[in-house]
Every structure is written in structure tokens, then in C-alpha cells.
Write a protein that binds this ligand. Sequence first.
Ligand SMILES: [Fe+2]
Length: 479
Amino acid sequence: MKIAHESCSGRLFRYLMFGAILTMTVRHCYGVTSKYIRKLEASADLPLDDEHVLSQGGYNTPEQVHLTQGDHDGRAVIVSWVTPSEPGSSVVNYGTSKGQYEHSANGSITSYKFYDYTSGFIHHCVLSDLEYGTTYFYKLGTGNSTREFSFTTPPRVNQDSSYIFGIIGDLGQTYDSLKTLEHYLGSKGQTVLYVGDLSYADHYPYDSNVRWDTWGRLVEPSTAYQPWIWTAGNHEIEYLPQIGEVELFKPYRQRYHVPHTSSGSLSPLWYSIKRASAYIIVLSSYSSYAKYTPQWNWLQKELPKVKRHETPWLIVLMHTPLYNSNSYHYMEGESMRVQFEPWFVKFKVDIVFAGHVHAYERTHRVSNVLYDIENNNCVPVYDKSAPMYVTIGDGGNIEGIAGNFRDPQPAYSAYREASFGHALLDIKNRTHAYYSWHRNQDGKAVVADSFWLSNRHHGKWEEHTNFGLPRRRKLPLKL
Ligand SMILES: [Fe+2]
């Protein structure tokens, strides 16, 4: 047999190619840090006279209209709004045909003071016993000051009910926030999972609550038409003892009601809902979660209640990420991770969404539950029962981008990027969901990270990213 002799330059070329492939493989195994950075400086808040934050309509017209789920199963909606000048009517007229409102419900009115600010009249009204998968039209206000909107209820709670969730965090009210919101409005998202830090009113002297009003108007084009599932962040705490404001989460709790009692929670800061094929658990990073505290007790009882044959997708929302390789807020979630991560693994949570860090990051399925202080097993390992952790505090608020990732990128981190944006979780059925993160880019939403997700309870396969990663099972056990 004749053996062809390879030239020196040919061998060199092969070695170089092998080296390049090896380098790319190692880099992919250990995650991707996107070099894409649109800009680092924070953009300004929208001015008070910007059209997106101005009051709509004439005298005492309902404004800041927002919806959230009103019960545990998705057959109720809480409609909330503000009348700026006088109480007005707290009635919601609604029905399944536009302009024909055969039903009505009576709400309640509240208002609050925060230092030198007095709120408008805040209305909350629960619409109950709605039909699944039905579009409802509703009308607020009286006389010449009425406004009309609509929403669509989710499909019946069922393991194969498909549904598209949007995920937004740390939005604020800047020009970047507006871009994120407009990009989400152009998507097919049906309900937003909001992971905390809403208005950033506390950026202003004495937490000027005027900025809560402007935020309510900014997001109304979405919140009046679909529920946002609320999570509280640190910017909602608003603890200012120097001016006598010591009631934690006061403006947030006055303005954003949630159905916490329907899941047996004593606090609106942690609760759960079922929606389509998803079971959503909302936790509070800024309330006690140590053993035997109310939140710990509630979650301990809550997780075993989830029937995965009914709601296969188990999703947890919180504000402070448990896994974060950004220098900003590094390890702030560590104490909650120690407390709750073993439960997340035991009950096979699919995804944990968090905000707080103003950048994007997604992890592999990892856990760090073996460590017992003395055994040195303190490095996250690949764990197919573990959730995927997504940090998405990249809504675009006034504090700017968190562009300082730790180097090198830790092995648990699959993809990270210092850009603003939003995500979509498109649940197809009991086994498959398609997740995508959309960065803000030149006025467009561009998919920068996406993958098919395998349900932890029903799924029979491991996920692949779209970055050519090998099966994650092949990641080293000790990362
Ligand atoms: Fe935060």
C-alpha cells in the first residue's frame, strides 16, 4: 500500500486546526460570555412630560390600569387602576363582546401617603368565575371618563396546555425600559413573569412616589391587557426611617395586589398560582426565609402540593439570583440558596428566574447541595434534577448595565451577556418548552440565547443549547 507523505506545512495546518477546535470545544463546555455590549452608560428616566408617562384622558379618568391573576387556578383576574382626583367608581363592567358588558363587579378603594406625597385613589376589583380561554372586554370609569380594555383568560389547567410567558425584570422607566417594553409588546407573550424592581421611584429624593404613577402609566399598554405576575425586589422595600417611613414595601403593597391567600400564604410577598400547564411559585428575597419563618414554613408545605401530572412546569420567581457570576450582587443570594436549593432539586424545579443583576445570565443544570461545611464538596456539579437558573434583571432601568462579569466564567454559567432585553418561555406541552432571550439592539429585539427545554418531571432527554454544546451529561461531574 502506498503511503502518501504529508508535507510540513500540511502537518502544521492540521495541528493548528486541531488546536483551534480544541480551544473552541473547551470554551463551549465552560459557557459563553458574549462580547456584545451596546453601551455601558445608563440612560435617563423618561421626563415627566413624556407622552408614555402622561395621564390619559380628561378629568379623573382611570389610569395605571394593570391586571394580575386573581385566584390560584386562573379563573379570576384582579383589575387595578388609579383615579387621580376623586374616588369615582370602583365598578368594573365586563363581558365577552366588545361594548356589551353583561357582568359587573365591585372593587375597593384605597390610598396612602408617603412623606409629602399622597396617592390617587387606588382601585382593586376581582373578576371571578371567568371561563378559561376566553377574551373578556372591560370598562372602567363613569360618564365621559371611561376607558375600555380586554384580556384573554388562560387555557384550562392541564398538563398539555400550551402557553407563552414573558419574563422581565428590573424595568424602571428609562428610554431603555421603553425599548424593552415595546419589544415585549411586539411578542406573542401572554402573561409576564415579573421578577422584581418595578419603578425605581426610590432613586429620587424621599422616594418621590410620583414615579410610581409614571411607571404605572408606562407599562399600562401591556398590563391593562394581560396579567403580570408580581415579585417584589429591593427597590420595593422603601424603608426610610429618617422621614418616618418604616412600613416595608408600602407603595408596592398598596398598588400591586396578588392572590396570596388562595395559596395559603399570609403575605403577598410569597405565593403561588397555576396557569395553563405551569405552577408558578413567587418568593421574597427580602423577607425572612430562615428555618421556621413564615416563608420557609409556607414553601415547605407548598412544594409537595404541586401535581406534576396537572402542572408539569414548575417555575420559581425571586429577585436575588442564587447563581450569579457578575461582580454586581455577587453571592447575595447565597443564604437563600443554602436554605432552598435542596428543595428545588428534590422537587425538580424546571427554571428559577431572578432579576437584581442588570445583565443576562443562564446556567447549566447545576446544584451545590452536597456541601456540609467539612467535606470540601463546595463546587457546583452537573445535576439533571436541578433547575436552570436565569438572571434577567436587564429591563433597562436608570442604574445602567452590570457589565463587569467575573473572569474566568465559572463552569456553571452557560451564557452571559451585559445587554438589556426580555425573555419568552413558550411552553408547548408537558415535555417541551422553547426558551429565548431577546436583547435590545438597534430598535429591534434580537434573539441572543435560546434552547429547547426538557421538562424535569416528564422529559426523557437532556437539553442542548444552540451553541453546539455536547450533551451536558458529559460535563465534568465536579465543575
Ligand atoms: Fe434589585
